[in-house]
Design a protein around this ligand. Structure first.
Ligand SMILES: [Fe+2]
Length: 201
């Protein structure tokens, strides 16, 4: 089933999909296990939060001020997040690798091939996941290698927190380059040409 979300994105929901047997990812292998999370840019973060909470059943885990909202449907800290932006677009897709060693090997493999990280490697304070962001050269889309995201203890309750937008929040290890205007502009990207806009009345 496909429908349009509050920003005109096409959302597809599927169920009862026949599962494929995948080769397990083994130690030291840099192949991603899957998609860990997706971050979307939105012009109205509160509208996006409300839509994905009420229509899709996500729950808010944490905030960074009023500029970033992290949401989950299960125990992992976030599977989707929204960033306040001037337009609707993809911020990045995060590929999850098996662990810290695999994360650094994957990051190093891209660096050795001549692709410098846009931002990272480092570890976020919100969600606790590691990050290395790279820009795909032809499309401009940003991908992230990540691992070791925080697991929420639902049994004992969870109250969303609001973190300040500072270096401790974004890069707890202090290993990443500064999150400067170039990093922000790369992640904000260009307006998504695929979104639906109502025709003029
Ligand atoms: Fe991410």
């Amino acid at each position: 089933m496909r429908f349009l979300d509050c920003d005109g994105r096409t959302v597809e929901v599927s169920a009862d999909v026949a599962g494929r047997v995948f080769t397990p990812v083994t130690a030291s292998e840099t192949r991603p296990k899957g998609i860990g999370h997706v971050v979307l840019n939105t012009p109205d973060i509160q509208v996006a939060r409300e839509f994905y909470e009420t229509v899709m059943g996500f729950r808010v885990t944490d905030w960074v001020e009023d500029v970033m909202c992290f949401l989950r449907t299960g125990p992992v800290h976030h599977t989707i997040a929204f960033t306040r932006a001037p337009h609707t677009s993809l911020n990045h897709v995060a590929f999850e690798v098996r662990g810290l060693d695999e994360f650094m090997r994957a990051t190093g493999a891209l660096m050795r091939s001549g692709i410098a990280p846009v931002w990272g490697p480092g570890r976020h304070g919100v969600g606790q996941n590691t990050f290395s962001y790279f820009q795909e050269p032809s499309s401009g889309f940003v991908l992230e290698y990540t691992t070791a995201a925080q697991v929420i203890d639902e049994e004992h309750g969870w109250t969303p927190k609001v973190y300040p937008a500072n270096a401790q929040t974004t890069d707890v290890w202090g290993t990443a380059n500064a999150r400067d205007e170039l990093v922000s502009a790369t992640l904000i990207g260009r307006p998504d040409p695929g979104t639906w806009t109502p025709p003029p009345v």
